[in-house]
Write a protein that binds this ligand. Structure first.
Ligand code: ZN
Length: 149
């Protein structure tokens, strides 16, 4: 199995069986995100304990890429310090937007690298980034919806 097929498998798996799907209690932070170009909509719920993302969940509907990205993101950031979470977002953003992102950057983001292929499809970059922008809004507790437009 080559890397491309492996990545494809990861995306399919996470879009069909999203991890951490659902809501969190009334005291959780939340933010809503939308990608009107594709029709992706999601809500990210977040419980922060000190400097750590204690719990994170999401719900909504969207294409396979946006759902898989949200699912992979929740797995990646759960239990992580907020600083590391923001750092991971930067790395992830580099990998999905910059053709110059190398194998080192990909290795640093682990499974999230499965989404690296979207960089060839600018429309899809928004699908892949939506969950992350929404997560950041939830971290900031901004309370206004995020849109990719
Ligand atoms: Zn989409």
């Amino acid at each position: 199995m080559d890397v491309r097929e492996l990545y494809q498998e990861v995306i399919l798996d996470h879009s069909r069986r999203p991890r951490n799907f659902g809501s969190l209690g009334a005291d959780a932070r939340r933010a809503e995100g939308a990608n009107p170009l594709c029709g992706d909509q999601l809500t990210v719920y977040l419980v922060v304990d000190g400097d750590v993302v204690r719990d994170v969940r999401f719900e909504g509907s969207g294409c396979a890429i946006s759902t898989a990205s949200a699912s992979l993101m929740t797995e990646a950031v759960k239990g992580k310090p907020i600083a590391d979470t923001l750092e991971l977002f930067e790395r992830f953003h580099d990998v999905v937007t910059s053709p110059a992102a190398d194998d080192v950057s990909k290795a640093e983001i682990g499974k999230l690298a499965a989404l690296a292929g979207v960089r060839e499809f600018p429309m899809r970059v928004k699908c892949a980034s939506l969950a992350w922008h929404t997560l950041r809004a939830a971290l900031d507790d901004r309370g206004e919806p995020v849109t990719t437009e």
